[in-house]
Write a protein that binds this ligand. Structure first.
Ligand SMILES: Nc1ncnc2c1ncn2[C@@H]1O[C@H](COP(=O)(O)OP(=O)(O)OP(=O)(O)O)[C@@H](O)[C@H]1O
Ligand code: SF4
Ligand SMILES: [Mg+2]
Length: 361
């Protein structure tokens, strides 16, 4: 795509509050047997400026595939992309990252989005000192080696590491220190947004806590927006402002983290939140969500959660629910607590009187 064509993707900025809008995003993979794995399938999500938003969901729900599509990373030749990823840039332009060429999106990514990929802690080069790995990343982004080297101590200090760490090799670092180096690389270009995919998964709880505190500090100091992907509900409970729950390639509920944990609306959200020991404080009674996650090349008809849902109605087997803002202001959650539906989106027929009523005919 030429620059002129890229310009035509730009539109005037629409909302100061919104940084990213994922609209009806599809990431499908054509399989060798002729089938189609609809790994992300009609996912929608809004990310607000300067917030920390969590993406939660079981393994295989499409979290990594979704964030890779936001970043324009395409690791597979069999990928088919649909929908929009509208990015509201610092200069006020809105661009659709899903419609850009790899070259164009790469430029946006380098300037605006920092990425901490899943498992990246173990991808540091064993033969390079920490400073050189940070410098390398910045030089690739067009910064001179001299300027990059000057910036290393500041970056290390931002992520809570001593300056002496710059001279060390990865094998001399603890897991938590390696993860901090990865975050330093992620913020080296001063991005507007950081996408961190399971950044604390392999770490023990205390180290995890300190890394989360560092991310919160970065948000406050740099004014950066953070998308935090994790299947660990306790991480979200501690860190994020808003939560998006993914199931079977779709976002099924979003809202403020506290109301969602206290008063889940979607049965899948309730299953996930019941499994967080720090919230329920009833570890011995925690049960997983019954049944297995369906396969992306064969999602169930109607609501994709129906075969695991204790609230399923006959209509759930036929009609796919949509992610919508609730019509009523006050709603009773699945925990029996009243909650305010403002800023809450949910994809479940329990909250749609028209569909619920249809079952009584
Ligand atoms: N190129 C591909 N072709 C076919 N299927 C794929 C491809 N890439 C990913 N998948 C499938 O997509 C599903 C979701 O993968 P993804 O890595 O996005 O899940 P996730 O939610 O990040 O899981 P985890 O919590 O384990 O990291 C998996 O079942 C995976 O097998
Ligand atoms: S739409 Fe039906 S099956 Fe799906 S989560 Fe809601 S109640 Fe359960
Ligand atoms: Mg993943």
């Amino acid at each position: 795509m030429t620059d002129t064509q890229t310009q035509s993707l730009f539109a005037p900025r629409t909302s100061g509050d919104v940084l990213l809008e994922v609209k009806d995003l599809d990431v499908h993979f054509r399989l060798k047997n002729g089938g189609l794995a609809r790994v992300v399938d009609g996912a929608s999500l809004t990310v607000k400026r300067n917030e920390i938003i969590g993406i939660a969901g079981e393994s295989g729900s499409g979290k990594t595939t979704l964030v890779e599509a936001i970043l324009g990373i395409n690791r597979f030749s069999n990928r088919e992309l649909g929908g929009q990823v509208l990015y509201h840039a610092r200069n006020g332009q809105v661009m659709d990252l899903a419609a850009m060429s790899q070259n164009d999106i790469r430029r946006v990514r380098l300037a605006e989005i920092g990425y901490v990929p899943q498992g990246s802690m173990n991808s540091l080069s064993p033969t390079m000192r920490v400073a050189d790995q940070i410098i390398d990343g910045m030089v690739t982004h067009g910064v001179s080696a001299r300027d990059a080297r000057r910036k290393v101590p500041e970056l290390l200090s931002r992520v809570g590491l001593d300056e002496r760490v710059m001279r060390l090799y990865p094998h001399e670092l603890s897991g938590g220190m390696k993860q901090r180096v990865i975050i330093a690389i992620g913020i080296s270009m001063e991005p507007s947004i950081i996408i961190a995919d399971e950044p604390t998964t392999a770490l023990d709880v205390n180290v995890q806590r300190r890394i989360l505190a560092t991310l919160m500090r970065l948000r406050d100091e740099m004014g950066v927006t953070i998308i935090m992907v994790s299947h660990d509900g306790a991480v979200h409970a501690e860190l994020v402002d808003r939560l998006a729950i993914m199931y079977a390639g779709q976002v099924v509920e979003t809202g403020g983290v506290r109301p969602m944990l206290k008063a889940p609306l979607h049965p899948y959200t309730k299953g996930l939140t019941d499994a967080i020991p720090t919230i329920t404080a009833k570890r011995e009674r925690i049960e997983g969500i019954r049944g297995a996650t369906p396969s992306p090349d064969n999602w169930p008809q109607g609501c994709r959660f129906h075969n695991r849902c204790q609230f399923a109605m006959p209509q759930c087997l036929e009609i796919p629910p949509q992610l919508v803002q609730l019509q009523t202001e006050h709603v009773t959650s699945l925990n029996g607590t009243e909650t305010i539906a403002q800023d809450r989106l949910v994809s479940c027929h329990l909250y749609d009187p028209a569909v619920r009523g249809a079952g009584n005919d």
